[in-house]
Design a protein. Sequence first.
Length: 579
Amino acid sequence: MNKFIITSIILSLLYSCNHTKKDLHIETVFEQTNGKETSTYFETISYYKKLATHYPEIQLQEFGQTDSGYPLHVVLFNTGTSNKQLKNSKKTTVLINNGIHPGEPDGIDACKILLRNIVQNDSLKNALNNVVIAVIPTYNIGGALNRNSTTRANQNGPESYGFRGNAQNYDLNRDFIKSDSKNARAFAQIFHHLNPDIFIDTHVSNGADYQYTLTHLFTQYNKLGNELGEFIDLEMRPYITMDLEEQGIISTPYVNVWGTTPEKGFSQFMDYPRYSTGYTTLFNTLGVMIETHMLKEYKPRVAQTIAMLQSILKFSSEMNVEIKSVRQNALQNILAKNTYPIDYKVDKNDYCPINFKGYEGHFIPSKVTTGKRLFYDRTKPFTKLTEYYRHYKISDSIKIPQAYILKNGWWKVKELLAINNVAFTQFEKDTVLTVTAQHIHSFDTKKQPYEGHYMHYNTKTIHSEHRIKFSKGDLYIQTNQHAARYIMEVLEPQAPDSFFNWNFFDAILQQKEHFSPYVFEDYALEFIEQNPQIKKELENKIAADPVFAKSSYDQLDFIYKRSPLYEKSHLLIPVFKVF
């Protein structure tokens, strides 16, 4: 079937009510209430059970548990193969995640209507014959059960909805690396079971006011990298936005501004690995976030979510061969470069002008506070050429090692590696190897808690080569594997979402053994006499640092940390590199 026919079928049928099976009438709560309400969690699962009962193309499966005590469900359409072989399917596999923030339920309702309309149209099913659709109906079940009508203070409908925090009060869209929730671990199980080519997360945006109902966030293309980055930026994004325009829907990149107006310019959001599309990027999956606008009514928000989902499915069908090819080559393209970028910063000298459709905004005196408030005048719409900064430059990179070695005692890290399908072996006997060790040189720590952690940042390390005896059971993790990017992003301490920065290795930051000055003094004297270079360094520091010169303890500590008595594990990351 050629591309024109596929496109025409999907455009004409996704919103069609001319179903093949007219005898089966399945309506969502959204449709029953004319777009004013959204389903509860239990109504959503009940809906999919009914759909799966009547249509063999639909399967409803459970994967793992969530913090709420309920299992995570996945709705599968058009697998056409055994579940064990899904990760290697020749079809384009699209995974859609809904309700990560249950107060933003647009995707929950959109997917129910979308899948029902597909299975009730034989022509459309045939058009999507080379696409597997997997839908997580409600990811944050605990938040969905915490139903209310107040917590989305700025949002225009639906009448009631779920809460952002999950059963442990985590924001799950910050949990994909640290995996403090059972939800995140169940998601990893689903993700690696499917190995999706395209991942979609559905949201509702906060921030500025503007004319668009639909905004989108394609994963940052420089970070995605290589052919994948070029493909998402030059092929996928233009195709989908143009297809939406042909449906009469205007859209814009996610408006990443707070406390100011968009026409002054804004940058693309950097989706680090803590976020869903940042996490999926680590496995070379093309990621998209759909962000409808909170101030628009619920009914058009859901309709435009459906429209963008259908555009992505069209792209998935038409570009099946290209998608498979660019993903297949991604790993070797990354490893062939010998270095891997682990952090980026926005390039303020490189912007793409876009015709932004906004409203005139200005600051007026507040009637509530003593300050001023930002006011958007909807009687004054405009279209202005606006600077959009979508290009990021590499700000830090590492040389790709042949392998990492993780000390076996760090079982929480080992557990997450296993959950994320990282292949490793364990030493069968004690083994001595020449490796690169990493000591923490400096770091900063957030003063306020962030999702259950006090994150580190600005982390710097000192590298040194040593012959080290590794114990039986220590993990040997080669980088030449499907999870290469994940491995480097979590095991390199200076990476923004590394396990070190997420506090997994904080125990190494505390010195466990110390000295008593009156006992150590005699040893210190003998030690510096036998090591004149250290004695000279001590004298130079006393001469150059007045505070140090007044502290006898600091001077003894200076000697202690250069002596064999100082514990080797202090500040030593228990992850070693093999080059």
